[in-house]
Design a protein around this ligand. Structure first.
Ligand code: KG4
Ligand code: ZN
Length: 336
């Protein structure tokens, strides 16, 4: 049906992209707010909204100009979950444009965007597959039978994996965003000096919990004082504990579902140790492991344009009255 404009503004990235069902990704733009929030040690929602307001329209204009398009064939925007104010910017701008252009609009679930992002890659995973969704707000294992056909297999009982990375980064005096900073520090760590628990792996089930691990890390950080090598060793042991835990649960999810494809999505999917660990295990276990490239793991407009194109093609349209859903369980999604 032509090129679909996707707009992502759920948190601290303004992402826009054009996706065409036959020609794939036609272009994309990303404005990261990392520098803006860094001095506060985390995302400040009001500043995020203002920055989206400032950058969204110019990004869309330059994207369309580059593609030589006056208007796309349809628009898709993240309607949730995320920060209410930030979501409202994307929703208001995108819906206004759709109305002015006279093209259809569709509201996209942010996590569905992440979930299907690996299908933007050249060698995309076929359905059905198991997805490990690991982001700043989510740690979930989902059985994916097709667009809108999701079954939750496991979820976190407390912190998300990315959130644990962000909190440990704070304990170690590292900046925001925490994941890449902890991973970089861990590169300098010596293995074996610390060992942290692999939470909830000693009992059956596919749920996660990271709060106990966080406390164990806090105790070690306090005991280490300002010894820089000990801090790097702690970062490494923490990363190993998270990665091991995720791999153990993925292994169980594959056994429980009998599926042979595993897809990893969300910001923590950019973690090198996780990627290498899952690949090595997948080779041994005969499981095909799919990761989108790191830029498609973290928030971006392409994943929203992609899901939007699928849902628009299936005839789905956003409600005439628009609302955002800061909390929106993936389990409420349906086949369009
Ligand atoms: O998917 P995402 O960009 O935004 C959300 O939807 O939450 O994920 C952001 C999360 C943050 O918690 C960040 O610290 C984490 O992903 N992250 C990483 C890495 N890159 C981003 N965690 C570990 N290692 C990384 N390389
Ligand atoms: Zn995300």
């Amino acid at each position: 049906m032509g090129a679909i404009l996707g707009v992502e503004t759920s948190c601290d990235e303004t992402g826009v992209a054009l996706y065409h069902s036959e020609h794939g990704l036609l272009g994309e733009r990303l404005r990261s707010q990392v520098a803006l929030h860094a001095e506060y040690g985390g995302v400040v929602p009001e500043l995020a909204s203002r920055d989206h307001i400032r950058y969204l329209a110019p990004l869309i204009r330059s994207l369309l100009d580059e593609a030589g398009l006056v208007r796309p064939a349809g628009v898709a925007y993240t309607a949730g979950p995320g920060l209410a104010g930030a979501l409202l910017v994307g929703a208001a701008v995108t819906r206004s444009l759709a109305w002015a252009w006279g093209v259809p609009a569709v509201a996209v679930h942010h996590m569905e965007g992440h979930l299907l992002a690996p299908r933007l890659e050249p060698d995309p995973p076929e359905f059905p597959f198991v997805a490990l969704l690991v982001s700043g707000g989510h740690t979930q294992l989902v059985s994916v039978a097709g667009l809108g056909r999701y079954r939750l297999l496991g979820d976190t009982l407390d912190d998300a994996a990315g959130e644990a990375f962000d909190k440990v980064a704070k304990m170690l005096g590292l900046g925001y965003p925490g994941g890449p900073a902890v991973a970089a520090l861990a590169e300098r760590g010596c293995p074996g000096r610390f060992r942290f628990p692999r939470p909830m792996t000693d009992r059956p089930g596919l749920d996660f919990s990271f709060s106990g691990l966080k406390t164990a890390v806090l105790n070690a950080v306090e005991a280490a004082g300002d010894d820089p090598q000990a801090r790097a060793d702690i970062a490494l042991a923490f990363e190993e504990a998270v990665v091991d835990t995720l791999i153990i649960k993925c292994r169980r999810a594959m056994a429980a579902t009998g599926l042979s494809r595993l897809v990893v999505a969300g910001g923590v999917g950019a973690n090198r140790r996780l990627r290498e660990g899952l690949r090595a295990w997948g080779r041994k276990a005969g499981v095909a492991v799919f990761f989108p490239r790191p830029a498609l793991c973290t928030d971006n407009g392409a994943m929203i344009a992609h899901v939007g194109a699928l849902r628009l093609a299936a005839g789905e349209r956003a409600d005439p009255v628009f609302a955002v859903r800061p909390r929106w369980p993936l389990s409420e999604l349906t086949v369009p």
